[in-house]
Design a binder for this molecule. Structure first.
Ligand code: ZN
Length: 395
């Protein structure tokens, strides 16, 4: 039977390309029993021509008397096909190489993304054929509880694996871990409920943490939470220094987190405040970003517990009637005195605000007054929550 290694005449390939052009794509593909390619194409006069069917037709032209392998042989031999054609002087490209997706690109589904750029038809992160870039897909329809994305601040992205403890070496997680370790640019795609997949922005995988979550089997387990930081483009030379350095932080091991979680499965306000204060003291010089993230995470969680689902402002005119996508009250946790102004990552300097109060505090006419009032409110709520926690525990 003829094999790809027997394809040695470029005129046979040229003949097959002419036949492709004469018959048209559809008729040519059905002639040789192939489906439309999604990955590798011969670039001919600016046109993209399905590489495997052309290789099959060329092989038949060069060896008309030999038995011919069927489409399955070529489908399993992508790199062999590409090498054989390139050795004969043809340019083989992928759609992602020729027309990589730009920020703002939109597709209704993963199937449409695959039709546009090729690659495996999977739900998780992928690389498109011909590219080293990792593409992350965050879908509000689930199954993972990713943070809503941000174009300005780091946000969370959950690992792969629906039940049981997540593993860095499972599924597409190694792709993301590679991107974190190398500090490579990553495309972040997002689909809101009822919307379409949009290539929202370039990100760098800044860090990885283990967090407690609920698996598909409804059991508590450890999950991977990657922190994604939006960056201005795919070229690291144009990134702020912090983004270029961030990925070098060593993540916590799962044992460190799981061990802590077994002791305190559901931390109270008091636990979290203590955690914040502990982290404030134990900040290691080489783990600045990790410690800061953990501290802020603990502090935000504490403030949300303290707020009991209500805006903490005394001037509040009412919470939004709609819950957020996770079915929780829509609340922003805000630093009363901004970090950049010397404010601390501590519940005493933080409040839970509804979007209206948050806007009034940050963009309103009486920002100073809000700051003063909210500081008093936070201090009082803090004392009360700590007192309640101590009473509740019977101490
Ligand atoms: Zn409010």
């Amino acid at each position: 039977m003829a094999r790809l290694s027997d394809l040695t005449e470029s005129t046979a390939v040229e003949g097959a390309i002419s036949e492709f052009r004469r018959l048209g794509r559809h008729a040519f593909l059905s002639q040789y029993g192939f489906r439309e390619s999604t990955d590798y194409f011969i670039l001919d006069d600016g046109d993209m021509i399905d590489s495997k069917p052309v290789a099959a037709a060329a092989l038949a032209r060069q060896h008309p008397n030999a038995a011919q392998p069927g489409p399955k042989y070529f489908e399993r031999g992508t790199s062999r096909t590409v090498r054989a054609l390139e050795a004969l002087g043809f340019t083989v490209v992928t759609r992602a190489q020729l027309h990589p997706p730009l920020p703002g690109a939109q597709y209704r589904s993963r199937t449409e993304v695959q039709a546009a750029f090729g690659g495996d038809n999977v739900a998780g992160p992928i690389r498109f054929p011909g590219e080293d870039v990792v593409n992350l897909f965050s879908d509000e329809n689930g199954p993972y509880t990713d943070d809503p994305p941000s174009l300005s601040e780091t946000f969370g992205y959950r690992g792969q694996g629906s039940s049981g403890p997540q593993r860095v070496d499972f599924g597409a997680n190694p792709l993301i871990e590679d991107a974190r370790e190398s500090g490579s640019p990553v495309r972040f795609w997002h689909r809101p409920k009822g919307g379409v997949f949009t290539f929202e922005c370039w990100v760098v995988v800044e860090s990885r943490a283990w967090v407690m979550g609920i698996g598909k089997d409804k059991k508590q387990r450890v999950e991977i939470n990657w922190r994604l930081r939006p960056v201005p483009g795919p070229n690291p030379a144009e990134w702020p220094e912090a983004a270029r350095l961030a990925h070098s932080v060593t993540p916590l091991t799962r044992e460190e987190v799981a061990g802590a979680a077994e002791v305190t499965p559901a931390p109270t306000y008091d636990d979290l405040v203590r955690r914040v204060e502990e982290l404030q003291q134990t900040a290691e010089p080489h783990a600045v970003s990790r410690t800061a993230y953990q501290r802020q995470y603990a502090a935000r969680r504490a403030v949300l517990i303290r707020s009991d689902g209500q805006c903490e402002s005394k001037r509040c005119t009412g919470m939004p009637p709609e819950p957020n996508r996770r079915g929780q009250p829509i609340l922003d946790v805000d630093h009363i005195v901004e970090l950049s102004q010397g404010g601390e990552d501590h519940p005493l300097n933080m409040v839970a605000l509804c979007p209206n109060c948050h806007a009034a505090k940050t963009r309103g006419k009486h920002a100073k007054r809000w700051e003063k009032e909210l500081s008093r409110i936070a201090a009082a709520a803090h004392d009360q929550s700590r007192f309640a926690a101590i009473e509740g525990s019977g101490a």
